[in-house]
Design a protein around this ligand. Structure first.
Ligand code: ADP
Length: 596
């Protein structure tokens, strides 16, 4: 910034400058007219004196001796403080500055300019150096009326120049004495005025600075002069407006921030250089370490060249429309990504990336697709059979009663199978929905086992199967599962154990805990499951044919449902077969669930 002189300095310099020049001009003009005036006054006074001396000479005379006239004039000159001379035809008849005896030695005075002028009947005036007195003198001479035939007599008065000059000097000093206090006084006044101005400006500066630093309540209430009022009002208005705008901005920022933090979609904001500026908490569900990559390129946080390329294209400002893409993430996750371009305050292109995790949506779609495919496949065979037998019974009913009854049995068995398939599929669909929040998951293992035992008592009695419950450990903790889900697992495993066990055998039920989880076991003495089938029995609709104990009604969904439910709670279901190594048969189905 160029160096600018302060207002105070300027007011002082200019004010004083103008005053000094004005006073100097006035002084010069005044002293010039003073000189003239003084000279005129002196002239007038000397003329009066000339007349007085002439009159006194007339009264004093006639003198007996020239000496008497000389003495008379000398006395007069001493009283008047002037030099008086009387000159006739160049000869000095009397001179107050000389002794009478010396007059004869004096020069011829007829050539003196004042004398020459007086002889010409004028008032003779001259200022020059007097050889007689050796100092500058002012002379005034006048011709006296004389006798006929006699040389004209000239009366001359003289005063030293210094006397007049001294008078002038005194006047000048008096003038200066008046000017100096005037200058000093005006200087003080100018200083005070400029200080008021600068202190007013300092107040403005301070207020503007405070407003700039965020004190929007600051106002200028006092100002040094009326001229400052519009400026003060403008600054006050500006502060008020800024305060209002800041309020709006802060509110909007708060709303946006709450939205940003609370969104279920992951949001990544990039700066003008295409580096990550902010990411919201939801981003960590999609890219778990996104927070660690602030200030880096999206490629590093997402490890996706596709995303980086898209960002680069939009950052180049080639398009102003948002672009959406489906992207594959790790762990079979997928998301819909929308890159929204916008321009910042300097019109530079910037982008925001929004990630919508579509994994759950995709999973639900897949489940629905599978459900429909499985359902139609599973229901088509029994339905065709029911239709066939029903049509036969209608169109060509067998004459044999036993045959008719057999057909109806087949129809009923298929209907039972269909209802089992449908029930199983609903149970599976329900377990797919997930549902409860983890903190609401709390189920008692003991209660679930008691309930399952009660449900299966009838089936066990039918096959004369002995249900043995091992003594459960003291204080068995609850598991983090929904009681309905846990019961469904226990029901299915116990039902299978009974279903696939030969008549008159035993099923052993036990539970144990390691503090972290609880494991329930269902141990049967059935045919066991081959290693190949063990890999597949938890798949939907898988059934090992050689285990088709009850012949009809099994849908192959029970174990799939169990595994699904257990995994939903962070647990697992598995089988060990043969149960007793060496004995060669039997299987143990176990389910492990985390404790609450
Ligand atoms: P379902 O019992 O309806 O056929 P599941 O999913 O419950 O369907 O069982 C799948 C298959 O696993 C059954 O078909 C059966 O072959 C086999 N299985 C299940 N439990 C046992 C068991 N305790 N002993 C022997 N085989 C079993």
């Amino acid at each position: 910034m160029p160096r600018v002189q302060s207002i105070q300095m300027r007011v002082l310099l200019w004010g004083w400058g103008v005053l000094i020049v004005g006073l100097a001009l006035a002084f010069w003009r005044y002293s010039a007219s003073l000189d003239e005036e003084t000279a005129r006054d002196f002239e007038r006074e000397t003329l009066t004196r000339l007349e007085t001396v002439q009159w006194l000479l007339d009264r004093g005379g006639p003198f007996k001796e020239p000496r008497d006239r000389h003495d008379f004039l000398q006395t007069l000159a001493a009283n008047m403080g002037m030099r008086i001379s009387l000159i006739q035809g160049g000869e000095v008849l009397a001179d107050s500055s000389r002794a009478f005896g010396d007059l004869a030695t004096m020069d011829d005075h007829s050539t003196r300019p004042e004398v020459l002028a007086a002889l010409g009947n004028e008032l003779g005036k001259a200022t020059r150096h007097s050889t007689t007195l050796d100092r500058d003198m002012i002379y005034m001479a006048r011709k006296l009326p004389g006798q006929e035939g006699e040389d004209a007599t000239v009366l001359r008065l003289a005063a030293p120049v210094s006397q007049v000059r001294m008078h002038m000097q005194r006047m000048r000093w008096a003038l200066l004495a008046a000017v100096i206090p005037l200058l000093l006084g005006s200087g003080i006044l100018l200083y005070l005025l400029s200080r008021t101005l600068t202190s007013g400006i300092a107040q403005f500066t301070e207020a503007a600075q405070a407003i700039g630093e965020g004190d929007y309540r600051r106002r200028i209430l006092f100002y040094p002069a009326a001229e400052f009022q519009p400026l003060a009002e403008a600054i006050n208005r500006m502060a008020k407006k800024i305060k209002k705008n800041m309020k709006v901005i802060e509110n909007q920022r708060g709303e946006l921030w709450a939205m940003f933090e609370g969104m279920t979609e992951g949001v990544m904001v990039l700066d003008t250089a295409g580096r990550i500026l902010h990411v919201n908490p939801a981003m960590s569900a999609i890219f778990p370490r996104a927070q660690e990559f602030l200030g880096r390129a999206p490629l590093e946080a997402t490890m996706s060249l596709e995303i980086q390329n898209l960002v680069d294209t939009l950052m180049a400002g080639e398009t102003t429309e948002p672009v959406s893409r489906q992207i594959e993430l790790k762990n079979r996750h997928c998301a819909e990504m929308t890159v929204v371009p916008f321009r910042d305050h300097k019109f530079r292109p910037r982008v925001i990336l929004i990630f919508h995790d579509t994994s759950e949506q995709k999973r639900v779609e897949r489940v629905l697709r599978d459900f429909v495919a499985n359902a139609s496949h599973q229901l088509r065979t029994p339905l065709t059979s029911i239709r066939g037998y029903a049509e036969t019974l209608l169109d060509a009913p067998p004459a044999d009663d036993a045959k008719r009854r057999e057909f109806l049995d087949i129809i009923r068995a298929n209907a039972v199978h269909m209802s089992k398939v449908i029930a199983g599929m609903f149970a599976l669909a329900k377990s797919e929905r997930g549902g409860k929040r983890p903190k609401d998951l709390n189920a008692s293992v003991l209660q679930a086992l008691e309930h399952a035992l009660m449900n299966c008592t009838f089936a066990a009695q039918e096959k004369d199967i002995h249900l043995e419950v091992e003594a459960l450990p003291e204080g068995l903790p609850n598991v983090a599962a929904d009681p309905d889900g846990l019961l469904q697992i226990a029901d299915n495993l116990l039902d299978n154990a009974i279903k696939y066990s030969p008549m008159g055998t035993a099923v052993r039920i036990s539970a144990e805990t390691d503090g972290q989880s609880v494991t329930m076991r269902f141990h049967d003495q059935g045919p066991g499951i081959s290693p190949e089938d063990q890999k597949r029995i938890f798949e939907r609709f898988f059934r090992a044919d050689n285990n088709d104990v009850d012949g009809a009604g099994s849908a192959g969904l029970g174990l799939a449902i169990c595994r699904h439910i257990a995994r939903n709670y962070g647990g697992e279901v598995w089988v060990d077969s043969p149960a007793d190594k060496g004995a060669g048969n039997g299987s143990v189905f176990s389910v492990r669930l985390p404790v609450v």
